[in-house]
Design a protein around this ligand. Structure first.
Ligand SMILES: [Zn+2]
Length: 444
């Protein structure tokens, strides 16, 4: 069964940055088989794009879906005070609330054009099971791809860490549960719908021993490895005090840096840190809205790109970025880069590339992020006939600069996830109602 999506502006995000202003995309058995302009090829079915913009599906590289339950808290707090206020609230998480939270965050992301979601879950109150399974189920039901991490914390407040003791686990429990989830859920190879990553939370909530053991486990099983890093200056000072290293020196000392690793934030990297990330091929999940919301600073992404570092975008958890909208994050990345480095610091197309190819590269995926023969047919269709795009002849710039927008259509593996601006496999209003029932349990 082949389908031709024709009569739109096709952005492929291939190496050459090819676009077809009046073009088509051919899809067969869930894969892209061609893209071009001019004469249309034969297909079993033809979908008229009506002048819309078609881009690769966006790839989110950092989130905490459970945090949709606790939005708009600790409104003026910096990272550590924000965490201290929220940890005890998050201790209430269970599989039922995680499922409602994941459905909400994943639906928001899908409606913003996101086809692949990385989630960093690290809160595992003792005795609560099925948390990762709940978010994977939500992703399967909605039809998006998920890379779910078995995160962890083992450095509680009584040992000098930041999280309360009731939220830390033993190393053995963490490692054996990670191996179990990898065995049960992790898919290998092109087109994987569900993958498991290993993601100890941060240098201030995880012991040195767990950091080392997590990397060894991930590398033994071929899983990607992730953590938070260099988000705030306080974190820098904390690391110096505790380990005698800056955050990046600490990761280097642990043998963590590598092409199977990406770190969230990286707001405060020195020139030497940047060189270490580049030479080790370590990636970065840039989360500009969250960094602005917590007053953490602005990551020097232009320098990272010039150094050849892999960079993707993340909306981050909904307690530090209340809106899970990845197209808006594309625009935000552009704006903060220019706020830091002037109008030439980033082009519209570079920003869009961070949200597509960049995200795929960060997750170690070469089957998604661009629309080329043999890649997964994951793409977003953006209407261009609304009020905000009138007068824009460059539709790529028009859509990015006037974001946010709700996607008209989202296709994952050739199948519709969003059609006519609505979720195909779920009801948005029902998700919102069920989420509020759960969120009431976490109310301040
Ligand atoms: Zn985060």
């Amino acid at each position: 069964m082949s389908t031709l999506y024709a009569g739109g502006w096709i952005v492929t995000c291939d190496d050459a940055g090819t676009e077809h202003e009046s073009g088509w995309l051919l899809v067969e058995d869930g894969l892209v088989t061609g893209a071009g302009g001019g004469e249309e090829p034969e297909a079993d079915d033809r979908v008229d794009l009506g002048g819309a913009l078609l881009t690769p599906g966006l790839v989110n590289t950092h989130h905490h879906l459970y945090q949709t339950l606790t939005r708009a808290r600790a409104q003026q707090a910096d990272l550590f005070s924000w965490l201290r206020e929220l940890y005890p609230v998050w201790a209430g998480i269970d599989a039922e609330s995680e499922y409602a939270a994941a459905r909400t965050g994943l639906a928001e992301l899908a409606l913003s054009g996101c086809s692949t979601v990385f989630d960093h879950h690290y809160v595992f109150p003792r005795g609560r099971t099925g948390l990762i399974e709940a978010e994977v189920q939500a992703a399967r039901e909605l039809g998006v791809r998920i890379v779910a991490s078995r995160g962890s914390m083992d450095h509680g407040v009584s040992d000098g860490g930041l999280p309360p003791d009731e939220l830390v686990e033993s190393i053995d429990a963490i490692l054996s549960d990670t191996e179990r989830l990898s065995g049960e859920l992790h898919e290998v190879g092109p087109g994987a719908r569900v993958q498991i990553a290993v993601a100890p939370c941060s240098p201030f909530s995880v012991t040195r021993h767990l950091m080392t053991e997590s990397a060894a486990l991930a590398r033994r099983h071929g899983l990607v490895l992730h953590t938070h890093l260099a988000e705030t200056l306080e974190e820098d000072a904390y690391c110096m005090q505790l380990y005698g290293f800056t955050p990046v020196e600490y990761l280097t000392d642990l043998g963590w840096l590598g092409d199977d690793v990406w770190c969230a934030h990286c707001v405060h990297l020195s020139t030497d840190d940047i060189a270490d990330f580049a030479s080790s091929h370590t990636g970065v999940a840039h989360c500009p809205t969250s960094n602005l919301r917590l007053g953490a600073g602005i990551a020097p992404i232009r320098q990272y790109l010039d150094a050849g570092i892999r960079v993707g975008l993340g909306v981050d958890g909904s307690a530090s970025n209340e809106r899970s909208d990845l197209l808006f994050e594309v625009k935000q990345a552009l704006l903060v880069a220019r706020g830091r480095g002037g109008p030439e610091a980033m082009t519209v197309r570079e920003a869009l590339r961070l949200g597509t190819r960049g995200g795929a590269a960060v997750l170690g995926r070469d089957d998604i992020g661009s629309l080329e023969p043999g890649k997964c047919a994951d793409f977003a269709v953006w209407r261009t006939d609304g009020l905000e795009l009138g007068g824009a002849s460059d539709l790529v710039a028009g859509v990015v600069l006037s974001a946010p927008h709700q996607v008209d259509r989202l296709v994952v593996g050739g199948a519709d996830v969003v059609r006519g601006g609505a979720l195909v496999h779920a009801d948005e209003a029902e998700i919102a109602r069920a989420h509020r029932v759960q969120a009431r349990r976490f109310a301040a």
